[in-house]
Design a protein around this ligand. Structure first.
Ligand SMILES: Cc1ncc(COP(=O)(O)O)c(C=O)c1O
Length: 414
């Protein structure tokens, strides 16, 4: 197998444990990535479309009211929710789609859980002229239907996955299977900084734009680096994208996982600060939530994007060495953090991002007033309206839905 050893592993984590049939596809991808990532013209095109199409740079917002409320530490929010399609996912989708075009591929496939990565991939595929198919567990299709509709609006085919628990893990398996069958014309656009090499490195590099921009913006605003940065951790792409620009600095890095409904197996997705075990699953080595026999445990989070049993290998390594501190936030804390951010700053975070905010809100009072803190708000909350509205708007929301359904059935909305 080719590839520089240090890039394929992060400490003991990472690697590429793939079936023989996928070896040619991975070798082609690895060679194309090595060539493109060293070509300034490739990055110039990524930056041009990042500015024109994605809307970069996203702002670093000073959260004045939250700063006052928590009594001192100056709090900044990196607002990835203002990127096109509503989250950081498009940074990676754009980068990999440009690579696929360079490789002469005609078709993009992707897995999706919450639907944000599927939506970003479908949008970029439409913009760059690819055929597109998104694999999504049937359970996720039911709970994230607005994003299914969004992907279809961009012309993508959304294929429901019926195997296993019918969620993200099964969607990844289905995408790999499809890639095995059509690797000549298809690129598998994996959505987080995980999976077999070179995905963790490649996705981190496309997402590192978040950290690079933040570094420049905070230096302009405060003339110094932050003391602490928080990011939520699903597979790990927004967090490693943010943290990678600060790994060699005296900046405390905090990853916030999904604490869900509590510590019982199946009720959370806490891999690093909880009960994750080292294993090789989906062709890479990392921490996974597994039972005694090594099978993946079901997970739960109010946010579909953090509802995953594994974690990217670089984060697993940086967590094991202590460079990144991991904590978690419960569903309830997350909904409270969302409400507080909306009311204080006029900004509704995605439920995933609200985990990072909840982690910060819990710890801010312990920090001295001169401390400087950044939270990566990886996405905006529009996509979660069917989950947050019953909580925030109660009976009024249910009454609205009933009226709408009746009006649509009576033909009053066309
Ligand atoms: C807004 C948002 N933030 C975070 C995540 C979690 O993914 P990652 O850990 O790769 O950033 C998702 C996944 O769908 C997401 O939509």
């Amino acid at each position: 197998m080719s590839g520089r050893k240090e890039e394929r592993y992060f400490g003991e984590f990472g690697g590429r444990y793939i079936p023989e049939i996928l070896r040619p596809a991975f070798e082609e991808l690895e060679a194309a990535w090595a060539e493109a990532s060293g070509d300034p013209a490739f990055w110039a095109e990524y930056e041009r479309l990042g500015a024109e199409y994605v809307g970069r740079p996203t702002p670093l917002v000073f959260a004045e009211n939250l700063t006052k409320r928590f009594g001192g530490p100056r709090l900044y929010l990196k607002h990835e929710g203002l990127a096109h399609t509503g989250a950081h996912k498009i940074n990676n989708a754009l980068g990999q789609a440009l690579l696929a075009r360079r490789m002469g591929k005609k078709r993009l496939i992707a897995e999706t859980g919450a639907g944000q990565h599927g939506l970003a991939t479908a949008a970029v595929a439409a913009r760059l002229g690819f055929e597109c198919e998104i694999f999504m567990g049937e359970v996720d299709m039911a709970r994230q239907h607005p994003n299914v509709f969004g992907m279809r609006t961009f012309g993508a085919k959304v294929t429901g996955v019926r195997e296993g628990g019918r969620t993200l893990t099964d969607a990844v398996n289905a995408a790999f299977k499809n890639w095995t069958e059509r690797a000549e014309d298809t690129h598998y656009l994996l959505g987080s900084a995980l999976g077999p090499h070179p995905y963790p490195t490649m996705v981190r590099e496309f997402q590192s734009v978040i950290g690079k921009e933040t570094r420049k913006q905070i230096l302009e605003a405060e003339a110094r680096l932050p003391d602490r940065i928080y990011a939520c951790v699903g597979g790990g792409s927004n967090s490693i994208g943010m943290f990678s620009a600060f790994l060699d600095e005296q900046v405390e890095l905090v990853g916030v996982e999904a604490g869900g409904r509590g510590g019982e197996p199946g009720q959370h997705a806490v891999r690093m600060s909880g009960s994750g075990r080292v294993g090789i699953v989906q062709a890479y080595k990392s921490f996974f939530l597994q039972d005694e026999s090594g099978s993946l445990r079901p997970t739960h989070s109010v946010s579909a994007g953090l509802d995953y049993a594994g974690i990217g290998p670089q984060l697993a390594h940086l967590g094991s060495t202590g460079r990144i501190r991991f904590t978690s936030a419960s569903d309830r804390e997350v909904l409270e953090a969302l409400r507080l951010t909306a009311r204080s700053e006029g900004l509704v975070p995605a439920l995933e991002s609200a985990h990072a905010l909840a982690g910060a809100f819990r710890e801010l009072p312990e920090l001295p007033p001169e401390a400087l803190v950044v939270v990566n708000v990886s996405g905006r909350g529009d996509k979660d309206i069917f989950i947050t509205a019953p909580y925030l708007d109660g009976e009024d929301w249910l009454a609205f839905l009933e009226t709408e359904v009746a009006a649509i059935r009576n033909g009053e909305r066309t």
